[in-house]
Design a protein around this ligand. Structure first.
Ligand code: ADP
Ligand code: MG
Length: 337
């Protein structure tokens, strides 16, 4: 059973505004780290708030572990909220000690005595702040504040942890530390962590499932080959111009600003062979990376393109860094947004 299943979801912040989110279908499975990526304003926080049950959809359905949260009885939503640990983008700490901040949710739920102390300590241990219990809230760095907020959510023993850009305002060392903490939580507690980040490398490093949002839509292809530019008309068809390169596109959506090319649709060739592909771009290999089950080849042809090929193709082509080759891309493979 899926953790979340979204059907025909829209969310609008006002009656006459365009939807901040419009997701026809999305499934999130249980376990591991799920990364939500996308530029500012793409809808990451809105989606997290909907998943946390803090916002109600304007239309459509969200199923949590098979139960329809949107059409179901209210107590279902309340029960679901008990499973969620939520850390919003700028965590707010109460003007008291770290310990009391972490115990806050437990106190609110009537957990008292030894049980409260034990769960508070265990949460502080999980985030590496076991000796910080008595510190006042104002004697903490930005990264420590994030970790206290994380401990506060963990103390409630959530099944799902929703984190909104927890790494946005911390230094590189803290970011690595937080990443390690999250990975350990996955191993030791077996929970699902859904985290938003605009750091693409981080998403690739952490995420079992990467969901990319663009202007409220889920982009299908993942993170590779997302280009910004505009659609233009030439005598022989419509093309997309990024400023650094151009390629033919299907002719709908003249006002598109983003073009996405799924990496498995980009073919590599050593000669500019006769092909039905409309786009034949000459480029240079800039990266070869083994992935599970496939090889990712980066090619600079004005922009950097990423192609996914098999190991057999890698050998057959004899690819090396710095080698010149051709990218073959069908116009129909380009998705416009
Ligand atoms: P992200 O977290 O990816 O930066 P958000 O979910 O915050 O994106 O925002 C998605 C869209 O919804 C943006 O266009 C934003 O301006 C709009 N939006 C977000 N919060 C509000 C709000 N409280 N009122 C009106 N519009 C909002
Ligand atoms: Mg946000």
């Amino acid at each position: 059973m899926s953790l979340f299943r979204i059907e025909n979801l829209t969310y609008r912040y006002g009656d006459n505004t365009a939807p901040a989110l419009d997701i026809p279908h999305l499934v999130i499975e249980e376990g591991g780290i799920v990364c939500l990526t996308g530029a500012n304003g793409s809808g990451k926080s809105t989606l997290l708030s909907l998943l946390a049950g803090l916002l109600r959809p304007t239309s459509g359905r969200i199923h949590y572990r098979g139960d329809d949260l949107t059409g179901g009885p209210r107590n279902l939503l309340e029960r679901m909220r008990l499973d969620m640990g939520v850390c919003l983008q700028s965590p707010y700490l109460f003007r008291t000690t770290v310990e009391k901040n972490v115990a806050f949710g437990l106190t609110a739920r009537g957990v008292q005595g030894v049980k409260k102390t034990r769960r508070t300590e265990s949460a502080l241990r999980d985030v590496g702040l076991v000796d910080f219990g008595k510190r006042p809230y104002h004697a903490l760095s930005g990264g420590e504040i994030q970790r206290v907020a994380l401990a506060r959510a963990l103390a409630l023993d959530p099944r799902v942890l929703l984190l909104d850009e927890p790494m946005a305002n911390v230094d590189a060392a803290t970011r690595l530390l937080l990443e390690r903490i999250l990975e350990k939580l996955i191993r030791t507690r077996g929970i699902t962590i859904i985290i938003s980040t605009h750091d693409v490398d981080q998403a690739l490093r952490l995420g079992r499932h990467i969901i990319t949002l663009h202007e409220g839509h889920v982009v299908e292809s993942g993170l590779e080959n997302i280009f910004h530019g505009s659609v233009r008309k030439a005598r022989d068809g419509w093309y997309f111009d990024t400023g650094l390169c151009r390629f033919f596109v299907p002719h709908q959506k003249e006002d598109a600003r983003t073009a996405i090319i799924p990496p498995e649709t980009i073919l590599l060739s050593l000669d500019p062979m006769e092909t039905s592909a409309r786009n034949v771009l000459r480029g240079k290999v800039t990266g070869i990376r083994m992935r599970s089950g496939s090889v990712e080849v980066a090619v600079r042809a004005g922009e950097e393109f990423r192609s996914r090929i098999t190991e057999t193709s890698l050998e057959r082509l004899g690819l090396r860094l710095g080698m010149d080759l051709y990218l073959l891309i069908k116009a129909e493979a380009v998705r416009l947004y």
